[in-house]
Design a binder for this molecule. Structure first.
Ligand SMILES: [Zn+2]
Length: 154
């Protein structure tokens, strides 16, 4: 299968996290300016010759701002963070998820945006990958594994 792709980035969204199982400094609450680079794919372009019209992606920015901007991301099983959030509720915009590593965030946001993309743009366009960057140093990517039956390689 051949396909077109295009990418759209959302940068400098600040939020905090902590990784309770990390043996080093990452177990302390700290923040980053995060960036999200979405890659979209399709086999047939729209009437403008686009994979997806960037002016109709407002819902992605809205989702990121409503859920992650200035939030505190913590793992669902992180009892210490949960206790802190419960006790000092006014100091946190909590966002619990399975894993708040960059990889875990990429997976979570990918699966949160995927149904919204379908809702706004139908079946023609699909989400291929999401790269999440902590500041401008570290990045993790979550992507669809190409189907083995004649799908694209790589
Ligand atoms: Zn971090």
């Amino acid at each position: 299968m051949n396909m077109f792709t295009c990418s759209k980035s959302y940068s400098d969204i600040p939020f905090a996290h902590r990784q309770p199982h990390h043996s080093g400094q990452c177990s302390f609450i700290h923040g980053h300016n995060w960036s999200f680079r979405f890659t979209f794919g399709c086999q047939e372009l729209d009437e403008s010759g686009f994979v997806v019209d960037f002016s109709n992606l407002r819902f992605i920015r809205d989702w990121l701002m409503e859920n992650l901007d200035h939030a505190f991301l913590h793992n669902l099983d992180d009892a210490v963070s949960q206790k802190m959030v419960d006790q000092f509720r006014e100091a946190f915009r909590p966002y619990p998820l399975e894993s708040c590593s960059a990889e875990g965030i990429a997976q979570h946001v990918f699966h949160s945006i995927e149904p919204l993309l379908k809702e706004h743009h139908g079946e023609r366009v699909f989400l291929v990958a999401l790269e999440v960057c902590e500041d401008d140093k570290n990045a993790a990517k979550y992507r669809k594994v190409p189907s083995s039956s004649g799908g694209p390689s790589g």
